[in-house]
Design a protein around this ligand. Sequence first.
Ligand code: 5GP
Ligand code: ZN
Length: 115
Amino acid sequence: MAENCIFCKIISGEIPSRRVYENDRVLAFDDINPMAPVHVIIIPKQHIPTLLDMTPENIDIMGDIISAVREVSRIKGVDQKGFRTVINCNEEGGQVIFHLHLHLLGGTKLRDDLG
Ligand code: 5GP
Ligand code: ZN
């Protein structure tokens, strides 16, 4: 738990969220400002700031996140038609919240422009 981290507060329940899937290592919840009909954020329960903070000691969490992608895609009914996953890293990558997270976007044909 990192102080002043919005996603740590979502994990603790201090900030409410619409939970989609959860286990002891990861949490998935609906994005508050969805960019697509399905827009879920998947986070590790451990506070890891960015993709570049993955080390041999914590890299296993990426497997847990990818496993959660499968669960969430089925729960949201986008597994057959397809979806997109995005991990933004640092400023030019568009990262605003510095608690590692994966965006799962779907429910429509997504455009290909990267902004
Ligand atoms: P980033 O730009 O850091 O990759 O993505 C952060 C995402 O978190 C954004 O899509 C934003 O809408 C979402 N977000 C920010 N604050 C909250 C919040 O309090 N609750 C939820 N559910 N999503 C949030
Ligand atoms: Zn955090």
